[in-house]
Design a protein around this ligand. Structure first.
Ligand SMILES: [Mg+2]
Length: 129
């Protein structure tokens, strides 16, 4: 069974780029779902079993940080690994996201960085604690 991944970003171009990167990454992928903001993202999590969430921070309706807080409050979604991909520069905010258990990847990103970060979060191969 492949890894089900939810990609949450308000930019459809960025979602397409992330999904393309995932498909090139030799990960064993299952369902890839997309959402355009945090509310849609939580909705998608309620509908389908998800192994990993890749999310943007700055989005309308509900941003990525608020989505992550809601995820961590819900026993059903609390333990889902999350990778934040963003241009965010504020260390305070990045630290808050890391405290919420997210890995952080700066835009622009390379396919290798995305793949390594996901593998690390899923505990597949390479160096990870
Ligand atoms: Mg955005």
């Amino acid at each position: 069974m492949g890894i089900n991944i939810l990609v949450v970003d308000d930019s459809s171009v960025m979602r397409a780029m992330i999904i393309k990167t995932l498909r090139m990454s030799s990960l064993d992928l299952g369902e890839i779902q997309e959402a355009g903001n945090g509310v849609e993202g939580l909705d998608a999590l309620a509908r389908q079993w998800t192994d990993m969430v890749i999310l943007d921070i700055n989005m309308p309706v509900m941003n990525g940080e608020d989505m992550l807080i809601r995820m961590r409050e819900n026993p059903e979604t609390r333990d889902i690994p999350a990778v934040v991909i963003s241009t965010e520069g504020s260390k305070t905010r990045i630290d808050r996201l890391i405290k919420l258990g997210a890995s952080f990847v700066h835009k622009p990103f390379t396919p290798e960085l995305i793949r390594n970060t996901i593998n690390q979060r899923l505990g597949i191969g390479g160096d990870h604690e």
